[in-house]
Design a protein around this ligand. Structure first.
Ligand code: PLP
Length: 396
């Protein structure tokens, strides 16, 4: 049996494998180092008790004859679809247009099945590596990149780029922590409509937007319901990265050229490749969207944003220009001409901090580091003290 050539061509796990190797090598020579990770984009705070109680209650119900349920619906139970429509989209999206899933990453992967092998895509550079990885792994070949950097306010003139079938956008952005404005999104929606492209809008970090002037969903943009598919997630909204729950929105007006609603084919994909989310995740999701759940999860997001503010203040105080970290849990640190891996090694060696080299998110990330603000407050405070005490690492 021949190996699928797509796997030979593309290795998207390179970044965290390489970080792991360097950290391991460092630990071997410094066994007593108390490393702090500002690298991984994963939540750290425990689930709020109101959510845990509902998950436990559902587990107990499943242990009774009356409460037992088998397979859930592949597209998601009505109750959760209605709750997401109400709480996330203020009922501007119909529950029928919302598909519940086991997470945004899984839907981003399944998304590729909607389109043939010749489909082309545009992606921001730097970007979450899963977009291009899933494109290549599904046998597609053409990817165009939009260089996003401080010079172009993290969004270039998309009008000047070649037309592609798909445009991937992530806002708030992983890794840069920047958020696309109404104006920027309007330009992209206009182009997508004119060129008959679809937008995949990844809103996994929408819960971190605090500035009311910024769009929390692409559907705030007029015309977006004709061209945009949005993925959402409970991972960073409610700490469900290990519980697994997300959703995809496909408005009834997003149709292929011959008129078929994309949601029709999406239903085929999810009923074929997926068997619905666990009843426990669903119970947790419903609890997260009650008033009590929303208050508790927002407070947790606020605590990560406070971490981000502290890290940003610290980095700026020691001479690094930073982006993001205000409406997002990530900071994008400009290394003033230093190389991503070199400064990564420096932070590891001198401050015992694990960061993420920006270049791991694409060519445009060279010269930057991503700092993640997920972490316990005490650890972030300690990280901040270490940064101040080693001061100008870039000159070492
Ligand atoms: N989208 C982005 C931009 C992410 O950074 C991540 C996770 O880090 C995901 C999606 C994955 O979300 P989920 O946990 O819902 O699969």
């Amino acid at each position: 049996m021949q190996r699928n050539p797509c796997f030979k061509q593309y290795s998207h796990d390179y970044l965290f494998v390489e970080i792991g190797k360097r950290v391991q090598a460092f630990e071997q020579t410094h066994p007593d180092a108390n490393l702090i990770s500002l690298g991984v984009g994963d939540t750290t705070e425990p689930l709020p008790s109101s959510i845990v109680d509902e998950i436990v209650k559902k587990a107990r119900e499943l242990g009774t004859r009356e409460g037992y349920r088998g397979y859930p619906s592949s597209v998601g139970d009505r109750e959760l679809r209605e709750k997401i429509a109400e709480c996330i989209y203020c009922n501007t999206i119909s529950p029928d247009e919302i598909f519940i899933s086991d997470g945004a990453k899984c839907d981003i992967g399944r998304f590729q099945w909607l389109f043939g092998k010749k489909t082309t895509m545009t992606v921001q550079d730097p970007s979450y590596p899963v977009y291009t990885a899933t494109h290549f792994l599904s046998g597609k070949k053409k990817v165009y990149t939009l260089s996003c950097c401080p010079k172009n306010n993290f969004f270039p003139k998309i009008e000047n780029f070649p037309r592609t079938d798909l445009i991937y956008l992530c806002s708030p952005n992983n890794p840069t922590g920047t958020v696309l404005t109404h104006d920027q999104l309007e330009r992209i929606v206009t182009i997508a409509k004119r060129t008959k492209a679809f937008i995949l809008f990844d809103a996994a970090y929408a819960a971190y937007i605090r500035d009311p002037a910024l769009p929390q969903t692409i559907y705030e943009i007029s015309g977006a319901k004709e061209v945009a598919i949005e993925v959402g997630s409970f991972s960073k909204l409610a700490g469900f990265s290990g519980v697994r729950l997300g959703w995809t929105v496909i408005p009834k007006t997003v149709c292929f050229d011959e008129g078929t609603w994309v949601g029709k084919d999406w239903t085929t994909i999810v009923t074929t490749f997926f068997n619905g989310v666990s009843h426990l995740s669903k119970a947790g999701g419903l609890a997260a969207l009650t008033d009590e759940g929303r208050r508790a999860t927002r407070a947790i997001c606020d605590s990560y944003l406070a971490n981000a503010a502290l890290l940003r203040k610290t980095m700026e105080a020691i001479g690094y220009k930073c982006y993001g970290g205000v409406n997002a849990p990530y900071l994008w640190v400009d290394l003033n001409g230093g190389s991503s891996w070199e400064i990564f090694d420096n932070f590891l060696r001198r401050a015992h901090l694990i960061t993420t080299p920006g270049v791991g998110f694409g060519k445009g990330g060279e010269g930057y580091l991503r700092l993640s603000a997920f972490g316990e407050k005490e650890r972030i405070l300690e990280a901040s003290c270490r940064l101040q005490s080693v001061c100008s690492l870039r000159n070492s």
